[in-house]
Design a protein around this ligand. Structure first.
Ligand code: AMP
Ligand code: MG
Length: 428
């Protein structure tokens, strides 16, 4: 489907004041069906942040056998006396790591440690601190324990044949542990999505160079590389700082499409832009240029570039302002990259925080303000902004610990209202 056709499918599509939801919908329709490339097989230590390519089916019950949840005494629940003390002879000891002991004779119990297999026929464990032990016998007061208590059942965690982790899972630390607990030494994952980055702008100098009058350092490329590294399933390819000349831009963009499935540029897509980025993008690919109804981050470009192998590279032209880059990356790019890398994406958890101040907000655009979230006296969350919200103030992003989300229709906020905040720890 061409970009033009996608635009026609979206009711009320207006590239001059595009609702963020519609921009997201547009991008979702641009994405190819599934991740490409050869699967990789990686050892456990290299799986963090990668995307599982095949269902992990549980090869056995977890736990493999009934076992004790406590240090105590295993017994038959049916032998617990009602209304009077139960007295059982101590038959032996079951330690964790040994195979299940044989049945003990009626009227007996077995000393048992946490994790040890339940001896045959025994179904209940009374914790050691609840009993009195006297001349080889265990005395249990009435009503202390219910039959079946403190026993972990075979397969209660995971049953054999059950899908323990589904394909598309973005692997987190407990997932890696889960693979190990099922005896796996490796897993099949999708290849990392290759994402090329470039900065353009005649005012930019690379860090390490001496700043000439009028120049500023290129920070966006490094912010973006770091954002991509955080995703884990993406491999950033740095195309560098590209001089603002049509031939140089053409060469860099072509090289990017050759090496990567996605190309991200920053700067050069604003209205009235004096440089050549927009023009060269439009010439090389099927592009659309947006003015987004959002703040920060009004200008953006999205499109497709042909690759030498016949496939298409996705291109995101992000605004140049350092805060706008991060916010548009979060709002438009992050989820698309995860999907392209094969991941099943889930919504990021938000905090509900009380606003410590009144906020100005115009209905008709989505706003992301830099917030500092802290604990309030009543144990909830409270949030204040970092102050001046200019989209060039990179330090405000660094001082913030979350983004305050102000929805499209939202108007001014009064102090004390509840706001949605996206904590950075969930994101970066
Ligand atoms: P533009 O979108 O190209 O008009 O850029 C908007 C603002 O962002 C300008 O003040 C640029 O100097 C600044 N800017 C653009 N690219 C970068 C970059 N890579 N690093 C830091 N600032 C940038
Ligand atoms: Mg520029």
């Amino acid at each position: 489907m061409s970009l033009h056709e996608i635009a026609q499918q979206l009711a009320g599509y207006d590239p001059e004041a595009l609702h963020l939801d519609q921009a997201r919908e547009f991008i979702a329709r641009l994405l190819p069906a599934g991740p490409g490339g050869e699967l990789e097989t990686l050892p456990l230590q290299q799986l963090l942040g990668r995307v599982l390519a095949e269902d992990l089916v549980c090869p056995f019950d977890v736990p493999p056998q009934d076992n004790s949840a406590m240090d105590g005494y295993a017994l038959r629940g049916s032998e617990l006396a009602e209304g009077r003390e139960t007295r059982l002879r101590m038959a032996g000891t079951s330690l964790a790591g040994s195979k299940a002991a044989d049945a003990v004779p009626p009227g007996s119990c077995q000393r048992i440690m946490t994790g040890a297999a339940m001896p045959a026929g025994l179904d209940t464990v009374v914790p050691q601190e609840m009993v009195r032990v006297e001349d080889g016998h265990v005395h249990i007061a009435p009503g202390l324990i219910r039959p079946g208590a403190n026993r972990r059942r075979a397969g209660e965690d995971l049953a054999r044949g059950q899908v323990a982790l589904a394909a598309g899972r973005l692997l987190r630390p407990p997932d890696v542990g889960l693979l190990a607990s099922l005896g796996q030494v490796q897993a099949r994952v999708f290849p990392r999505l290759k994402v090329a980055l470039l900065s353009t702008g005649n005012e930019l100098a690379a860090p390490g160079q001496l700043l000439q009058p009028g120049q500023i350092y290129d920070s966006n490329r490094y912010t973006l590389i770091a954002l991509l590294q955080r995703l884990g399933c993406v491999e950033p390819i740095d195309l560098g700082l590209v001089p603002d000349r049509p031939e140089a831009l053409r060469a860099a963009i072509r090289a990017g499409a050759e090496q990567a499935q996605v190309l991200i540029s920053s700067g050069g897509v604003s209205v009235g832009e004096a440089d050549h980025t927009k023009q060269v993008l439009a010439e090389l690919g099927d592009m659309t240029f947006w003015k987004l109804a959002m703040r920060p981050g009004r200008p953006a470009a999205v499109g497709r570039l042909p690759r030498p192998d016949g496939s298409q590279a996705l291109l995101f032209g992000l605004p140049g302002n350092p805060v706008a880059v991060m916010v548009t990356f979060y709002a438009l790019v992050r989820e698309a990259l995860l999907r392209l890398a094969g991941a099943q994406v889930e919504p990021l958890p938000l905090l509900r925080a009380t606003s410590l101040q009144a906020l100005r907000k115009k209905p008709g655009r989505t706003e992301y303000q830099r917030g500092i979230v802290s604990r309030s006296a009543d144990g909830g969350w409270q949030v204040r902004t970092t102050g001046e919200q200019g989209s060039g103030i990179l330090s405000s992003m660094s001082r913030a610990n979350g983004l305050i989300l102000l929805a499209h229709e939202q108007g001014d906020v009064a102090a004390g209202e509840l706001l949605d905040v996206l904590p950075f720890e969930a994101l970066m």
